[in-house]
Every structure is written in structure tokens, then in C-alpha cells.
Design a protein around this ligand. Structure first.
Ligand code: 5GP
Length: 201
């Protein structure tokens, strides 16, 4: 069995990554890695589902023990990817999606040059602000902080292999799935299966 692919998805907070991923999971052999974070839980968040919500001390212990594939500070909170999660998913032959911000993504691009990298963008900053307000989980100051961060992140989009425009959700999901399918069908990602077939010839 081939190990699953490592897929990095970045894009401004509020541009619909979560909604898009919910649809993608049902249609592909992918699983999203649950990150650790020190940010407070939002209404509707469940520990162990959206994130492992941990204290700053517990997060710093993970850093010390080299348990993180990458981590970053985002709007005054730590976010990080647990190596153990990623390996457990890939070992099952499933593709693992890291839904992470740009600094963490650049770290993983260096350590895993074979990763598939996707950046998703809203059609405009105005639309991003509207979506963040509609989500209704943050106050106006936090929304403006996230829009400011989006302005810093969007210029990194050309460092990724693919751009997915999240204008209409269905189109964004279709594009995302098409990318995953094409990448999974690359000969290098089918080595074991095609090898077995060749041997039987
Ligand atoms: P939110 O607080 O809106 O859930 O996430 C804020 C930002 O943190 C998003 O851009 C999200 O992609 C990013 N993020 C979530 N988990 C991780 C992680 O494990 N590592 C890094 N570097 N960023 C993350």
C-alpha cells in the first residue's frame, strides 16, 4: 500500500476552508489532521474535533519534545501540527490535509518537498470581511485583525502549486477534488500498485 499524500491547504481565515473541507472529505480518501492550539474555544467548538485545545504550557512542552511537524503563532495564539496524527493517517494509505497558515506551510514545504500545496482565496477582501461577520464568532476588532493577517498572507499564494478560488462553494470543492485526484494518479504516487501489476505481466 502506498503511503497517503501530504496536502497543505492555506488561505485567509474566514474564506471558507472549513466548509470546503467538509465536502471534500466525503468525496476523497482524505482526512484532516486535527491541530493543537492555545486559542480559546469558539461557540460550537469541540475539543479533539476542530482542534486539541491545550494550555500554553502544554503546547510549549510539545515543542520541547519535538512532537510537532510545524507550528506558528497566529493572532497571539499557538497553532501546531502533531507528527503522530499525520503519520497515523498516512500509514492507513489516506491522504492527510494540513489546514495551516502560511508560516507553518513554508516550514512543511521545506521538510516535505513532495507535499501537494494549495492556497484558497476569497474573491475579494470585502467578501472576506462579509464572511467573517456572517460567521458571528468574533468581535469587530478580531475580524479586522484577521483581515489584516489575510493581507499579509495572500501575497504568499504564488509560493503554492495550486490556487483554488472560493467564490462558489461547489466550484471550489470540485477544483480541490480534481487536484487531489490528479495528484493521486501521478505514477510516482502509484508506485506499489503499478509495480504489482507490472510484476504480474
Ligand atoms: P482559526 O482560529 O480560524 O481556526 O485558525 C486560524 C489560522 O490558523 C488559520 O489560518 C488556520 O489555517 C491556521 N492553523 C490551524 N491549525 C494550524 C496548525 O496546526 N499550524 C499552523 N501553522 N496553522 C494552523
Amino acid at each position: 500500500m502506498n503511503k497517503g499524500m501530504l496536502i497543505i491547504l492555506s488561505g485567509p481565515s474566514g474564506c471558507g476552508k472549513g466548509t470546503m473541507l467538509k465536502e471534500v472529505i466525503g468525496r476523497t480518501n482524505c482526512e484532516v489532521s486535527v491541530s493543537a492550539t492555545t486559542r480559546p474555544m469558539r461557540t460550537g467548538d469541540i475539543d479533539g474535533v476542530q482542534y486539541h485545545f491545550v494550555t500554553k504550557e502544554a503546547f510549549e512542552a510539545c515543542i520541547q519534545n519535538n512532537e510537532l511537524l510545524e507550528y506558528a503563532e497566529y493572532c497571539n495564539h499557538y497553532y501546531g501540527t502533531l507528527k503522530s496524527n499525520v503519520e497515523a493517517i498516512r500509514a492507513q494509505g489516506k491522504h492527510v490535509i494540513l489546514e495551516i497558515e502560511v508560516q507553518g506551510a513554508l516550514t512543511v514545504m521545506e521538510s516535505h518537498p513532495d507535499a501537494v500545496t494549495i492556497f484558497t482565496v476569497p474573491p475579494s477582501l470585502e467578501e472576506l470581511r462579509r464572511r467573517l461577520r456572517k460567521r458571528g464568532t468574533e468581535d469587530e476588532a478580531t475580524i479586522e485583525k484577521r483581515v489584516a493577517r489575510a493581507k499579509e498572507e495572500i501575497p504568499f499564494a504564488p509560493r503554492y502549486q495550486y490556487i483554488v478560488w472560493n467564490d462558489k462553494l461547489e466550484d471550489a470543492v470540485d477544483d480541490f477534488c480534481a487536484i487531489i485526484q490528479a495528484e493521486a494518479n501521478r505514477a510516482v504516487n502509484c508506485k506499489e500498485r503499478i509495480g504489482a501489476l507490472i510484476e504480474s505481466c
